[in-house]
Design a protein around this ligand. Structure first.
Ligand SMILES: [Zn+2]
Length: 330
């Protein structure tokens, strides 16, 4: 998973700010971004649209895998709203094919954004966590291109071809996870990196926990998925509670090797939140209020208490037996 360092490197790269947070070997990560119209696009940032994403794939990616990604996008966008502009970049395992896709990617960036010139091609190709990195390391991630430097704001989902592999069910839930980051990012309008980051919450527990829980919840609702799927996954995630060190607070864990703990317990926090306030209060109303009210006030306004108070209650919940914890999971 990527750290803030990569975000800054990426900013330098295109001479613009691409917030990038691959969820590398684990699941996705995010980033933030926000709004407004792009110079050439009729799609308004943060508003639902009928426009469909563009799908790009490396030459070694089979059509069946592209169909898989497209289908998972359709399921997620129909469930949570269709936002954009959005591009999918599907990377295979072949490094040369990934390098070719990088060339295409950088050409698209420059073609779509009149603020970027051919001079920036090389910076783009050498950006941190490019497609060759994805071909080598696997994973998935969302980047958001949106700042005062860019004329064209866009969200970019990269799906690699391992960790998870395309024939694993996790490939589907990771696709949902990345798309939930699209929903989150579309609801943050600012072009200022710091402001976007604060509305997204800098440490992963909130945004990653939300993306992960919503992805697993959506997957559990798909036809043919076993009824015990979600409780099984949540049981696995609760094992991260044992990995916390004495006195360690999962909300203080940054993107790092230990971030999986924040992903897992963050997912549990979102499950706990939704159990108390309902899915719409979290997924719809909180995000609708985020720009105008800010994170803390949107939290209090929609969930009826401060985040600190709810986190304190959640700490008690983490001490309950697993059977009691699983009772809140559908
Ligand atoms: Zn993520």
């Amino acid at each position: 998973m990527m750290s803030k360092i990569s975000v800054f490197s990426a900013c330098i790269l295109l001479g613009a700010c691409i917030d990038s947070t691959p969820d590398a070997p684990i699941t996705g990560s995010m980033d933030t971004s926000d709004s407004a119209e792009t110079s050439d696009s009729p799609i308004l940032w943060g508003e639902e649209t009928d426009a469909v994403p563009e799908f790009y794939a490396a030459s070694d990616v089979p059509p069946s895998q592209i169909d898989r990604v497209r289908t998972d996008y359709e399921t997620a966008s129909q469930s949570w709203g269709n936002f954009g502009p959005l591009e999918y970049w599907i990377v295979g395992n072949d490094l040369d094919a990934a390098a070719e896709l990088d060339e295409e990617y950088c050409a698209v960036r420059i073609a779509k954004d009149h603020n970027l010139t051919e001079d920036e091609q090389q910076y783009c190709l050498e950006r941190d966590y490019n497609f060759e990195d994805y071909a080598r390391d696997g994973g998935a991630g969302l980047n958001v291109v949106r700042s005062d430097y860019e004329a064209y704001s866009v969200m970019l989902i990269t799906m690699a071809s391992k960790y998870p592999y395309p024939d694993e069910t996790d490939y589907i839930s990771v696709g949902y996870h990345e798309y939930f980051h699209v929903v989150q990012s579309a609801h943050i309008d600012s072009r200022d990196h710091e402001e976007r980051q604060s509305l997204m919450v800098e440490n992963p527990w909130w945004s990653e926990g939300g993306a992960e829980y919503m992805a697993q919840l959506l997957y559990s609702r798909q036809p043919g998925v076993e009824s015990g799927y979600l409780k099984e996954r949540m049981t696995w995630k609760m094992q991260s509670n044992e990995l916390l060190e004495e006195g360690e607070d999962f909300t203080e864990i940054p993107y790092s090797k230990r971030a999986i703990i924040a992903y897992d317990l963050g997912a549990w926090f979102i499950a706990y939140l939704i159990h108390h306030v309902g899915e719409d209060a979290y997924r719809v109303h909180f995000y609708d209020d985020l720009n105008s009210e800010g994170w803390e006030d949107a939290f209090i306004g929609n969930f009826g208490m401060s985040a600190d108070a709810m986190l304190a209650d959640f700490e008690d919940f983490l001490d309950e037996p697993l059977s009691v914890q699983l009772d809140i999971s559908p």
